[in-house]
Design a protein around this ligand. Structure first.
Ligand code: HEM
Length: 697
């Protein structure tokens, strides 16, 4: 065997021409799982180089055996997800609200792991499906792991856990054909929804832009259910948990979502990975909505009903700490795939309520994880193990790694001292809040859950005109994919109870004008609920362009000083610049320097950016006139209402894209380095919503 260079790699060429990379003491030696060093990882053991393989080839058999068993069942819901490590930092001691240890000391940091997910699609589905996003937070507190297993939407489709299997069966691919993947635009989903009026509030959220977030970093998170916080003295306060993104909220538009799924199906996971790797750590504040029994009794709706919110205007949010994600996983499978969040992972100072959806969840997560992770010992996997000391007498089972030491594996016992093992503690241990419970044993939905439309209407009324339009268009899109006209009509029949104009618009979009009767409401919808500004994304814009990205389309002859100025302004804002060029090799600038590209034009369409700059030279623009991807780069950015920085040389490209006559205030001409600041300032608005009147997608 001869030592040779293969590109930059030192390799040894074997007799069949195959390349071997060997350890010279500089890297660890490859071994089997048993630690036996491996001499050749390119060839199986054979009787002669062209002969049969031998059964005694333990390395071949072990390697293939292990590969054969690599897959585990994906999560039955929320299969596609992405996680990161970080910490929760507490702002101030809260002993008057809760005994939970992590809230007792100002400035204390509690390690955290967060997994974001979509619900309906499988593990390999695209990130920009219209769907709820999971927002699951594991807090490794000093008194055990506390999981807040939430979503980016504060309400849910159903009120009782017994309907969850039906909801998910209906939402996922239809069982005979196994499509559509990762979308609800099909008959089964809407059939179920049309017969489930309690879902109407959630439907308004899912049809809104909340269900197509620009990034996990720009989403709110919600614990959804009402929980309890309990003090050391046993005083209980009801609470709803909120996560508020420091960078503000942002979503994409629907046509953009469709295109992102093609251009970069990993758009959300890549975004989180890149942000953390570049040191731009995403951050959320934990907000508590705290209220007592008197408020609960006086509130218009039942606080145990997960299809209802409590408007922030009615119970303000108290910010008590921040969650920072500052470390990517070392290994996706070991951490993100094997992490197991459970609503019933809870700590002293926090407790459940009787919300019938939460009660069902408390059974479901542990049950499903035994199957998904292959046995009862998944708590031994480092990502799931507590970071505080833990001791008990649970033992054995598949993959047991931390069985109790010593002779005692039961209690009470008389072995005493260390040998006797752990004991319960009345003072420190978890106590359930001693709520008074009494009643008949019944299978019955509380009458206090029966108002299905009032808050759906309140959500809709709280949106801007543009956002209301998006809800209507999303309903039209989804229902246009439904094959059975009766299902379409039955869904639309619920809308007059929310807003007659919305019902008319959707009916018209489906060709159903005058053909739909209003569904009978169990409880007459209220019209007196005040709009809540907090429910709109548009009414809560970010203050800066931080965390966002500009794509600059350049050619040979680009003005380097302008590009540098743009980069500088974006850096100062905390935003990023990516260079998009005819080839990934880059371009030569006016001053003769090479500017490396991040993307080739076809691989970096404008849907991947929050704003674009079109900075070709005159000659470069002439060459791009024949480039279809360059035309789409511009026409899509226009159609998606983005801000566009440009130089005069870009005009022929605008003509080609059919928008030269439409230059509105979203176009900022970059006449020199000094104009870069003005462009970045405009980008803070994220989109020029008024342009929507000029474009339909
Ligand atoms: C408010 C309603 C709900 C919310 C906010 C919610 C949230 C979540 C989230 C975020 C995950 C992903 C966890 C991860 O990243 O690993 C998840 C998974 C899951 N949820 Fe829910 N869920 C809700 C309702 C339910 C209900 C009612 C049930 C069943 C009765 C349920 C059963 C499951 C199951 C089985 C998983 C998969 C867990 C795993 O395999 O690790 N969920 N849910």
């Amino acid at each position: 065997m001869k030592q040779k260079k293969h590109g930059a790699e030192e390799v040894v060429r074997g007799k069949g021409g195959e390349l071997h990379q060997t350890s010279n003491g500089d890297v660890p030696i490859l071994t089997t799982q048993q630690g036996t060093p491996v001499s050749d990882d390119q060839n199986s053991l054979k009787v002669g180089p062209r002969g049969p393989s031998t059964l005694e080839d333990f390395h071949l058999r072990e390697k293939i055996f292990h590969f054969d068993h690599e897959r585990i069942p994906e999560r039955v819901v929320h299969a596609r997800g992405y996680g990161a490590h970080g910490y929760f930092e507490n702002y101030e001691p809260l002993p008057d609200i809760t005994a939970a240890d992590l809230f007792q000391r100002a400035g204390e940091k509690t390690p955290a792991f967060v997994r974001f997910s979509t619900v309906a699609g499988n593990k390999g589905s695209a990130d920009l499906a219209r769907d709820v996003r999971g927002f699951a937070v594991k807090l490794y507190t000093q008194q055990g792991n506390w999981d807040i297993v939430g979503n980016n939407i504060p309400v849910f489709f159903i009120q009782d856990a017994i309907k969850f299997p039906d909801l998910i069966h209906a939402a996922k691919a239809e069982p005979d054909r196994d499509f559509p993947q990762a979308q609800t635009a099909h008959d089964n989903f809407w059939d179920f929804i049309s017969l489930m009026p309690e879902s109407m509030h959630m439907i308004m959220w899912v049809m809104s832009d909340r269900a197509i977030p620009r990034s996990f970093r720009f989403m709110e998170g919600f614990g959804v259910h009402t929980y309890r916080l309990v003090t050391a003295q046993g005083k209980s306060t009801f609470v709803k948990f909120h996560w508020k993104p420091k960078l503000g909220m942002q979503s994409v538009v629907w046509n953009e979502a469709l295109k992102i799924n093609g251009a970069d199906p990993d758009f959300h996971r890549r975004d989180l990975w890149n942000a953390i790797q570049s040191g731009s750590y995403p951050e959320w504040e934990l907000g508590l909505q705290l209220f007592d029994d008197a408020f609960a009794d006086s509130f218009d709706f039942d606080i145990l009903d997960a299809t209802k919110i409590i408007p922030e205007e009615q119970v303000p949010i108290r910010k008590v700490g921040r969650l920072v994600l500052d470390r990517c996983v070392d290994n996706f499978f070991a951490e993100t795939e094997q992490v197991a969040f459970c609503t019933n992972n809870i700590i002293p100072g926090v407790d459940f309520t009787n919300d019938p959806l939460l009660q069902g969840r408390n059974f479901s997560y542990l049950d499903t994880q035994v199957k998904r992770l292959g046995g009862p010992n998944f708590t031994h996997i480092p990502i799931n193990a507590p970071k505080c000391p833990f001791h008990n007498f649970q033992q054995d089972g598949h993959m047991a790694m931390i069985n109790p030491k010593g002779r005692a594996n039961y209690e009470p016992n008389s072995w005493g001292g260390v040998e006797g093992g752990p004991r319960e503690s009345h003072d420190v241990g978890f106590h359930s809040f001693p709520a008074e419970e009494k009643g008949r044993k019944v299978r019955e939905r509380s009458g206090s859950f029966a108002d299905h439309y009032s808050q759906a209407r309140q959500f809709y009324m709280s949106q801007t005109k543009v956002e209301q339009g998006h809800i209507a268009e999303a309903l039209i899109f989804e229902l246009s994919k439904v094959e059975k006209p009766a299902i379409r009509a039955r869904v639309v029949s619920h809308l007059p109870n929310i807003d007659p104009k919305l019902a008319d618009r959707v009916a018209k979009g489906l060709g159903l004008q005058g053909k739909v009767q209003s569904a009978t409401a169990a409880v007459e919808p209220r019209k007196d609920l005040r709009p809540s500004k907090a429910l709109s994304i548009a009414l809560n814009p970010p203050k800066t362009f931080a965390g966002r990205k500009v794509g600059a389309l350049v050619t040979d002859g680009v003005d380097r000083s302008l590009l540098d100025a743009l980069k500088q302004e974006l850096d100062a804002e905390g935003a990023m610049l990516e260079v998009v060029a005819p080839t990934v090799g880059g371009v030569q600038a006016t001053d003769g320097t090479l500017i490396e590209a991040d993307q080739k034009i076809g691989g970096g369409p404008s849907v991947l950016y929050d704003a674009i700059a079109v900075l070709p030279s005159v000659e470069g623009a002439a060459l791009l006139l024949k480039n279809a991807a360059a035309k789409d780069f511009i026409s899509d950015a226009f159609a998606h209402l983005k801000f566009i920085g440009w130089v005069q040389a870009a005009m022929p490209l605008f003509e080609k894209a059919g928008i030269a006559g439409d230059l509105d205030e979203g176009f900022i001409e970059l006449t020199g380095p000094k104009t870069a600041a003005q462009f970045v300032a405009s980008c803070r608005k994220l989109r020029l919503w008024q342009r929507e009147q000029a474009v339909t997608t």
